[in-house]
Write a protein that binds this ligand. Structure first.
Ligand code: ATP
Ligand code: MG
Ligand code: MG
Ligand code: MG
Length: 448
């Protein structure tokens, strides 16, 4: 064998082994997949949603028990991207992140009346001393008690915005559709504390703007609708929905001005906002919910602050939830094809998948370009640790391209024939736009 050929065979073997520790390789990814039969159809119950099937079949989630799921590395990566967007927008409105315990005392829930109001959906348990506990479905009680425990809270410390990203537990009547309706799921919940109803309204506006930014960055069309406050209580409430057929919420959306409301809250034939638009009914997946609570929790739990005049007054509160794991599944639900998972670019587990040539092919002489491109892109902030190489070089390019497309990497870069040119070019598949183009390295990085 010629030395150059020998070198390329050695390089190929190294890539195929996936030995570099600081590189993400498909061969090492923990992505247990359901084997798809030749006809492409996995036979099972029809009651599964598209996102549930795809996320399970392509190794993003795995069911542990009804309504409880393992989030595998691809799912966890996507969740972390969503958390980064949320943290960034929360930082802009000076919200501070904390962690409240998931286990809360039953007494707390009895004191606000929600032990009865929430009823069977509340996951309750008893400790060894026979004391009742709740696996929290939401944290208004816990956070209000925390505020009540702080002596001498002053108006100078308000407004205060506190949020967390944690598991929530709800004994749902019908846990279904995978992450869309779990019994254990991850929520981002924000609680706000103000000195007056007017100040709380201002805070509500600021948080609503942050939520709009979050949804804009996720990049999926959403509806913001006025909603009923339900067992949460309070005066003003809005829900955020992704329109989708499997959505369990019914919305009325004005075709003329875009005004929306959840169906429970009103049945008007014509739009109450613009007065002439026709209200169309459509299904939605509730992905976020905001409430102006007033003193519903601060009064029974005695959460007070000292006013400018030195008097004591009850805190005015707001509560703002985002269904984090539901958003992941809802994004996949809206964008995917029946047998091809698609992610919003901002939440894709890896934005770019690089596919090196097949072992023994003519192109294998330039297989090293795959890792070179990886390292060059990985040194750029916006791509850092957001790339993966499908180094299973015993498989054809076509097979790996097909799999990468099914997993939903938004950009797939193939080292193919044009990589043999004096100035190598790479073939880029832009999955969400169904486009294909060739670029040299510099142009490729600019394009991505
Ligand atoms: P739904 O109407 O779907 O039952 P909810 O109105 O009971 O939701 P909220 O109490 O408003 O939910 O909770 C805030 C957010 O948490 C919701 O907007 C939703 O995105 C998410 N969420 C609620 N229940 C679940 C669940 N069982 N699984 C996953 N996410 C959920
Ligand atoms: Mg519910
Ligand atoms: Mg709801
Ligand atoms: Mg809700």
């Amino acid at each position: 064998m010629l030395p150059a050929q020998e070198r390329s065979v050695m390089l190929m073997k190294k890539i195929a082994k996936g030995t570099h520790r600081n590189v993400n390789y498909v061969s090492r990814l923990f992505q247990p997949q359901n084997v798809v039969p030749k006809d492409g159809i996995v036979k099972r119950e029809d009651s599964l949603s598209k996102s549930q099937k795809l996320m399970h079949d392509l190794g993003v989630i795995r069911q542990a028990s009804p309504g409880a799921f393992h989030l595998l590395p691809l799912g966890e990566r996507s969740l972390q991207k969503l958390i980064r967007i949320v943290d960034d927008e929360m930082c802009k409105i000076n919200a501070q992140k904390l962690l409240l315990p998931l286990l809360t005392s039953g007494e707390l829930w009895k004191s606000t009346g929600r032990w009865e109001d929430i009823g069977e959906e509340l996951f309750t348990l008893k400790d060894r001393h026979d004391r009742e506990l709740v696996l929290s479905p939401t944290h208004e009680e816990a956070v209000t008690e925390l505020m009540a425990s702080i002596p001498q809270l002053s108006y100078r410390q308000l407004p205060l915005l506190l949020y967390q990203v944690t598991s929530k537990f709800r004994d749902e009547m019908r846990p279904r559709f995978g992450l869309l309706r779990g019994r254990e799921f991850i929520m981002k919940d924000l609680y706000t504390f103000d000195t007056s109803a007017e100040a709380a309204s201002e805070t509500y506006k600021a948080v609503s703007k942050a939520y709009d930014n979050i949804f804009r960055r996720i990049g999926i069309q959403y509806f913001k609708v006025s909603a009923v406050t339900g067992v949460m209580g309070g005066s003003v409430s809005h829900e955020y929905h992704f329109p989708a057929a499997v959505g369990e919420a019914k919305l009325l959306i004005c075709e003329s001005c875009g005004y929306g409301t959840s169906l429970e809250s009103c049945v008007p034939s014509e739009c109450p906002e613009c007065g002439h638009g026709f209200l169309k009914c459509c299904p939605g997946i509730e992905v976020g919910h905001t409430f102006l609570l007033g003193t519903k929790y601060s009064v029974p739990l005695k959460a007070r602050f000292t006013t400018v005049e030195g008097k004591s007054d009850f805190l005015q509160m707001g509560s703002y939830g985002l269904g984090m794991t539901r958003i992941l599944a809802a994004g996949v639900e809206v964008l995917s094809l029946p047998d091809e998972m698609r992610w919003p670019i901002a939440l894709a587990p890896f934005t770019v998948c690089i596919v090196p040539p097949k072992e023994g092919s003519k192109e294998s002489a330039v297989a090293h370009l795959a890792e070179e491109l990886y390292h060059r892109m990985n040194s750029i902030d916006s791509f850092r640790n957001d790339l993966i190489i499908d180094n299973r070089c015993n498989m054809t390019i076509g097979k790996r391209l097909f799999e990468a497309q099914r997993t939903g990497y938004p950009f797939i870069v193939v080292i193919g024939r044009k990589a043999l040119q004096p100035v190598p070019e790479f073939e880029v598949h832009h999955i969400l736009m169904d486009k294909k183009a060739s670029f040299n390295e510099t142009a490729l990085i600019e394009y991505l």
